[in-house]
Design a protein around this ligand. Sequence first.
Ligand code: NAP
Length: 307
Amino acid sequence: MSEVHAAADLLDGAPVLRGLTPPARLAVLGDPVEHSKSPAFHNAALRAAGIDAQYVKILVRPEELSGTLRALPAAGFLGVNVTLPHKAAALATVDEADDYAKKSGAVNTVLVDDDALRGFNTDGPGFLRAIREDFSADLRDLRILILGAGGGAGRAIAVQCALERCERLVLVNRTVEKARALAAELAPCFRSDRLLGPAERLAAIPHEDEALRAELAHVDLVVNATSLGMKRSDPPLLPQSHLTPNLMVYDAIYTGGKTRLIEDAEQAGARAANGLSMLLHQGALSFEIWFNRPAPLAVMRAALLAA
Ligand code: NAP
């Protein structure tokens, strides 16, 4: 696992980071950050593209975030990724942000543009590409149910689905008020007479078996964006009997391998995929923002799988 640097290494003009070979000019900022897989695939991409820079991990405490971002131009940085718990604070710090970052309330990619900081969020667009890759399907054609829609990843995915004007969106959250508030925000995207059929185009429900069973009869894609499912001891997200062969199931967990949800889905005859593809594509989109050229996706994928 690569070394973790401190915010102080960036705040003082970054002599240590500039002195690395190749010099550090990109980073992921988070707290904690040591488990990030991003350096593995970004450094592989930088080498493949012949760019004389490396991507490092920097542990940034919440109170250090704004100062660390502001120090990037003087430190010679091209940009950074921002991860938990800083994505909302990064949006408040950057000089400008793209529309999707504003709507999702979070920035995960910062581009240093002279002295200005430009914010983007590649999580939702990365999800869109992941679904296209894993299921050969476009969000706009799907009826989508998101478990954990009230969390950070769930919100990012829900906003992307809404901006794509997906056929139908069901927001599920343990704390149902969060799903209802998000549904109210996204409602303008669903004001049309496009669908068809008995179910509402936009719904918010509690994470309860009966409510889920009723909705699953009217969806194509189920997404797990809860923090459950990583550990074998976690309770099941939904009863296996709710899963049917027509469903696509995407588990945003990116530890690799098969989660219990994926195993349950496959046993039911459904297609299923894990969150590695979303991680890969959000990273590839960051690369494209920083360098304005296509990312070496095959190299990044191989590095991510090896990591
Ligand atoms: P988060 O903001 O903490 O949200 C957690 C969500 O899980 C909330 O909706 C929460 O509901 C729900 N939840 C927690 N415990 C639950 C339980 N016992 N039963 C039902 N729901 C429960 O977390 P996050 O950052 O969004 O991350 C969520 C997952 O997405 C993680 O596994 C993360 O690794 C993954 N992720 C993947 C990618 C990728 O690129 N593949 C990117 C980002 C995140 P309440 O609102 O009721 O608390």
